[in-house]
Design a binder for this molecule. Sequence first.
Ligand SMILES: C/C=C/C(=O)SCCNC(=O)CCNC(=O)[C@H](O)C(C)(C)COP(=O)(O)OP(=O)(O)OC[C@H]1O[C@@H](n2cnc3c(N)ncnc32)[C@H](O)[C@@H]1OP(=O)(O)O
Length: 257
Amino acid sequence: MAFLNYRTEGKTGVIAISRPPANALSTEVLQELADLLTAAERDPNVRVLVIHGEGRFFSAGADIKEFTSVRTGSQFSEMSRRGQELFERMERFPKPIIAAIHGAALGGGLELAMACHIRVVSETAKLGLPELQLGIIPGFAGTQRLPKYVGAERALVMMLTSEPISGKEAAERGLAAFCFPEEKLLEETMKLAKKIEKKSPRSIKAVIELANFAKTGQFYEGMKKEAELFGQIAETGDAKEGIQAFLEKREPNFTGE
Ligand SMILES: C/C=C/C(=O)SCCNC(=O)CCNC(=O)[C@H](O)C(C)(C)COP(=O)(O)OP(=O)(O)OC[C@H]1O[C@@H](n2cnc3c(N)ncnc32)[C@H](O)[C@@H]1OP(=O)(O)O
């Protein structure tokens, strides 16, 4: 694997995203993740998965540089649907997936973290959906998952302002189960994984399946609508301006085109 490192500790599989400088989730990273999930699902010696980022960040989201080679709105919608499917697979994965988040989990990075069953954060991590800063919208089911954790109003504030919240605040608001100083993050996450890996794989699978029942038909309708609008918005002049502005390291000038 080029961008994911994988090792096992006891019955826990540890996935490290390793794509400097920002662990951006390119198509290749997401494909590697899908392949690793398939292998971990088949491996009876793996009962829990932990995912974390190497370097400065958990993940700064979808690869913005890759956006410049996507041409049409329907291609953007397709990209959105593929990401949604992978993250939905994670939320339904029969083995618990724990995200250990430090640095930043932004955009697709936070959407990946929200598809995990449990989030453990460092106090200083930054969690947010800043896509509007790029003139686009979240597209990997973030519009549907974030309100589940922080409530509709706070989710809108986070999306409309593009401002992230700290790990400490994420834990207070229910977006993360636990918060630790960064130097303790992985150690504490592994302790949690060790507690879970002792449980019966059958009962683990059953509670994950049941927890997913709490999702209504509206969740899936919302995902469909998100992928449609992701494609429509990505075709606008403002999206081109927002993405170009990020690459040129300047403030975007949105005109409503
Ligand atoms: C469907 C899903 C959609 C999405 O996920 S859209 C993407 C949403 N994510 C974002 O908008 C986050 C964008 N990134 C940032 O805001 C900042 O970056 C950070 C807060 C993560 C870090 O800021 P700082 O510490 O000042 O570093 P730096 O110089 O901005 O970034 C270091 C290098 O990392 C690259 N990078 C950062 N995020 C991404 C990304 N999401 N896709 C591709 N590259 C990224 C930069 O360009 C730069 O690279 P170079 O050193 O070559 O200039």
